[in-house]
Write a protein that binds this ligand. Sequence first.
Ligand code: MG
Length: 379
Amino acid sequence: MKIQSIRFGMLGVPLKTPFKTSMRTVKEIEDVVVIMETDTGHVGYGSAPATAVITGETHGSIIEAINKVISPGLIGREIEDLNTLTDSIQNSIVKNFSAKAATEIAVYDLYGQLYGAPLYKLLGGGDNVITTDITISVDYIDKMVEDTMAAIDLGFETLKIKVGKDPALDIERIKAIYAAVNERALIRLDANQGWTPKQTVSVLRTLEDSGVQLELVEQPVKGDDIEGMKYVTERIHTPVMADESSFGPKEAIELIRMRAADIINIKLMKTGGISNAIKIADIAGIYGVDCMIGCMLESSIGVAAAAHIAVAKSSVITKIDLDTPSLGQYDPVRSGVQFNNAEITITDLPGLGISKIDNLTMLDIKTAPKKNWARKSTG
Ligand code: MG
């Protein structure tokens, strides 16, 4: 099975309710979809959203990086040479993690199809049912409590509360939600870099002293402030999770060795894809550090890939934050991963098992063997 060409499409899904964090408000999921075609007729899919404030990438930069820089090293290569392909993707360009992730997801999808097995089985196997949390966007207290109650009614047992706007108001938000939840669900906080280290310690100590029990607090301070993360981790009882501070395996090693975080949040769009996500899980496992697997606000193609990794690495990836398919008004993607509110189930379909993508707008860009281009330009 040889990679013959790579094409691109755009996929949009309107959200049920705007997604609000301390950094941004988003109303629609919009992904670049990578369509990898082979000489056997098998097609692999990958996807990536634009998250300029996190990875520095836009839809345009993702397409350009894949089309011009990453794909020339892949066209004509055999899918069975998986490690050679992932090395080529990772070494073709610095950073550009989401572009690399979208490409790797398509390659791994085809690798699964080549051997007729769902991806998680090729990565080591596991229990094919996992449970995700759901995100509650930062908003007025009444609205957050209302969203919380709706999530509990849908069967979610873990809630990820977005905070990080204003420390005093955040304390009120969390107390109100904690009281309303009344031990029916576990609460995680995600401050999305919204607090300073001292504010974080103050907020968390106030909450801890008032009896609010939180499972963890995610990325309270700026992503590049590793010293700040360490300052917080040393001073509060609530476990601290690194999200925007953790990209690839090197950052994970540094965070763990510095004891700057208790938990690592793995996202394919930050690691540069599946190969590095696996490395991080294995590194964390060596040190006895738990991981979460998360996703961006992205389509269920990339989230499906994350679910496969979560199942295969479940001894380390003990926390699942793959809720974006249930935040959309509908899911245009039919794959081997079924998202049913809190419950995610993986079927036995090969690879990612993608059989249909509705409303995919194809772009007039195709990466194909060089000779085609030469013929065109000399013709
Ligand atoms: Mg986060």
